[in-house]
Ligand binder design. Structure first.
Ligand code: GLY
Length: 424
């Protein structure tokens, strides 16, 4: 099977690593990819406009791809999956209409209301709304403000704060970019990321994971795309994943079918587990980053076959997924200045730089001096172990051997879970 992966980050490096291990996958390509992916796939840097359906169709047909796996949300929302399907190419990823579950938070709220799924109360503030209306809306929320960019922000457009000034500043910044704002009530309780393969009404969950979104230890600092994750969740009772599937993912999948926009691909449910059980914080239409790096490292089933079954409407016939025992932890090495203004172009050294079982490349490039930083989240380090503590120790051993000027990482990924400090 010849597969084209679209994207270039750590999530895509994890997808390539999983696909490479599948004996059915004979040929792997990535667009645009990064030099670090050349070990596993043919890299197509000239196809950098991943949100241009015509360009992606051109490449898929040129290499005669049997399956295209779309990593990021922007090509999905821009209809790359639709354009490929029109040309008869199997695609792992939802149509543009179904990807609105991530592309428009207001659309997602509407689907959840129709499906009876628990979520935060929300109000939208369109750009240009009167000053008094913004202040009145802020009065109705708080003391914990959740202010979201209701455009595509890749998980990065959310400010959660107890400061009304900061909340107001984010409203103004989002409006300045001509995007609507979504104000939400704050959902309490530990967060869960549950990724589900969805093919119409068939829903197959992967292992549950937890992301760490703030930049610094103890959940301090600005929100980021994610600074580290672990899986599975020792504090989540055994039947909880099924409960999320039954109460959240299946009702949403059915509602999407009912609307005539059936979902096909990966549905990412970001949840908070509060007093009444799981409530949705957000949906994404793609694999999450960096949770995917940890989750896929424990998958024993052949990834190409799994993604192909989803893409070709055969998910219901797929054998149950098999997983390694134990735990996986991923820790992000971020560039100085991330998330506001990451510094780029610094040389990275590590004995493990070319070992994708230990290091996945999220934002690197090559120069005459070697591998250099080329993004905010630069590397994702992986650790596995029989216990969460062992997986953590492994990952932190690897990350401490990396040298990158000015870089930083959180030292407490999975720490509270390993100490048994999280409960629901
Ligand atoms: N881990 C957050 C995201 O992928 O949006």
């Amino acid at each position: 099977m010849r597969i084209l992966v679209i994207g270039s980050g750590g999530r895509e490096h994890a997808l390539l690593t999983g696909l490479k291990a599948d004996p059915f996958v004979t040929d792997l390509h990535i667009a645009p990819g990064s030099p670090a992916h050349a070990q596993q796939a043919t890299v197509h840097p000239e196809y950098s406009q991943v949100d241009d359906p015509a360009r992606m169709v051109e490449l898929a047909l040129d290499i005669a791809a049997d399956l295209v796996v779309i990593g990021p949300e922007v090509p999905l929302v821009n209809g790359v999956a639709d354009a490929l399907r029109e040309r008869g190419v199997a695609v792992f990823g939802p149509s543009a209409s179904a990807a609105q579950i991530e592309g428009s938070k207001a659309f997602a709220k509407d689907v959840m209301a129709a499906a009876g799924v628990r979520t935060a109360r929300a109000e939208q503030l369109a750009p240009g709304v009167a000053e008094a209306d913004i202040e009145a809306a802020l009065d109705r929320f708080g003391p914990h403000f959740v202010v979201k960019d209701d455009g595509l922000a890749g998980g990065k457009g959310v400010v959660v704060t107890e400061s009304r000034e900061e909340a107001r500043a984010h409203v103004d910044a989002v409006h300045a970019a001509s995007n609507p704002v979504l104000l939400e009530s704050f959902l309490d309780g530990p967060e869960v990321s549950l990724f589900c393969l969805v093919d119409g009404e068939t829903v197959v969950p992967l292992l549950p994971a937890q992301d760490h979104k703030r930049a610094y230890d103890n959940d301090e600092g600005p929100n980021t795309g994610g600074m580290g994750a672990y899986t599975p969740l020792p504090w989540l009772p055994e039947d909880s994943v099924q409960r999320i599937v039954d109460e959240v993912c299946v009702p949403v999948a059915r509602e999407m079918v009912r609307r005539g926009t059936p979902y096909s691909g990966l549905l990412y449910a970001g949840l908070a587990w509060g007093m009444e059980g799981p409530a949705v914080v957000e949906f994404n239409a793609r694999f999450g980053d960096p949770e995917t790096q940890a989750v896929l490292s424990l998958l024993k089933s052949p990834l190409g076959e799994v993604l192909n079954a989803t893409a070709t409407g055969q998910l219901a016939d797929l054998a149950p997924l098999e997983w390694e025992d134990g735990y996986a932890v991923t820790v992000v090495l971020a560039a100085e200045g991330y998330p506001a203004s990451p510094r780029k172009g610094d040389v990275i050294t590590s004995p493990d730089l070319e070992d994708p079982t230990k290091i996945l490349h999220a934002g690197t490039a090559t120069s005459e001096s070697g591998v250099v930083s080329n993004g905010g989240r630069v590397l994702n380090v992986l650790g596995k172990g029989a216990t969460l503590e062992e997986a953590r120790a492994y990952a932190y051993d690897v990350i401490r051997r990396i040298e990158l000027d000015g870089s930083f990482f959180r030292t407490d990924i999975a720490a509270r879970a390993a100490k048994g400090e999280i409960s629901i």
